[in-house]
Design a protein around this ligand. Sequence first.
Ligand code: GDP
Length: 521
Amino acid sequence: ESELEEEGDDVLQARPPVVTVMGHVDHGKTRLLDAIRKADVGGGEAGGITQHIGAYQVHTEHEGLERALTFIDTPGHEAFTAMRARGAQVTDIAILVVAADDGIMPQTIEALNHAQSANVPIVVAVNKIDKEGANPEKVRQQLTEFGLVSEEWGGDVMFVDVSAKNNVGISELLEAVLLTADAGLDLRANPDKDARGVAIEAKLDKGRGSVATVLIQSGTLRVGDAIVAGTAYGRVRAMHDENGDSVLEALPSRPVQVQGLSSVPRAGDNFIVVPEDRTARQIAEKREAAERNAQLAKARKRISLEEFTKALADGKVESLNLIIKGDVSGAVEALEESLMKIEVDDSVQLRILHRGVGAITESDVDLATIDNAIVIGFNVRPDVKARERAAREGIDIRFYNVIYNALDDIEASLKGMLKPEYEEVRSGVAEVREVFRSSKFGNIAGVIVRSGTITRNAKARVIREGVVVADGLAIESLRRFKDDVTEVKTDFEAGIGLGKHNDIQIGDEIETTEMVEKPRD
Ligand code: GDP
């Protein structure tokens, strides 16, 4: 947008909308992308071998004109949000796919929240209407609860019934996307300048070296241009489109596969054309340093609940953003409802960006990174990748197993009050590698301590695939080899007996907690 303001209206030309398809697994995203691609009325490249390059363009007839649309060929909100975390806003419109026989599912809502957080308008494709038991009206009904009200019902969201399998409703869907774009978005760019855009996908090819699909966002990219994409640089040696045809230039919203880069850029990296290829390298190096600094600065800026409380006392805060993940939907809903009832001063706002069931994932952490949110895990934990990313980005993840405690914490923070005097802290995490049967102690978990220290008088909980399956357990025995010990530190092996609790499996995590006095600030 800022770029549009900079340039005079006279140089701007309409560009096709860029569309991402999102939705729950198995609801037909991939099949829909195939059907859309086959619906192309342009070019008529019969016999052309279609290639997966990460994005493609199709043409459709709209109000008597042939119009183009660009589709990102990696469905799902994970890729979308990962690119956003790199600062790339690629998508203009999201198609939310919902299977008419299944109705809305957890990832439907996740996708919806991710699109809304990015301010991307949504068109709903109600898929699989060919199936017995399909109930497209129910999908409309269900989505009203999440603020998506169909036009037929007086809302402003277009719903289109489709069957990706039978190629039904595809041109209507493209029509709806164009109408939504024309109604609410000013999709224009200046083609008469050096290109800029975003890398969408890239790989190292045995014969061709680095091949990167880039989406042009403004300007025109030409063979021979010197470019920098993220920290990769080089001269464009050749460009190919999604039909494998070689092209010499690419206009705004066009995806092309580019050869000639020194290395493989990451999805979401911005690219620019530079005047000379010998400056490209310097820019790439500068970028690398700048990116590192920006990331550090961003990580430092992240707010924790404590910092939020302090900033609130200083009158410096606008909103507390939360992402809630829990083990069962009832708990998540109850927590959300109670949180929304907290009465706070008009100057602060509690915003729940996303809620869902299941372990905390990388895409939750990405969303928290973008919107500076705190993540609440109610009886759930992050998976390994999410944990690593959260640590790197400095995201505050809070774990609770009692709704009241979560409420208390957040309420205290929102009111800028002192916290309770005691809090539960995680003292150790161990991974179960073997399970033994002991006549005296019941099942014994043979573990290796992954972090912290496991102490004999701590309370324990068992976590399976990110979800807490048992809680508040006493540690009845803690041994190293044959010896009873009072504590076991990181990287050491031990045997843990949890008394009557016998449900322990290899791969479980045993997490221990202790109550400690909270520091007063
Ligand atoms: P994705 O996980 O959302 O990408 O889903 P897929 O595109 O892989 O589709 C999941 C399954 O649903 C596949 O077996 C598809 O063939 C099937 N499917 C997709 N669209 C339709 C449809 O319109 N009708 C029917 N009957 N099956 C469909």
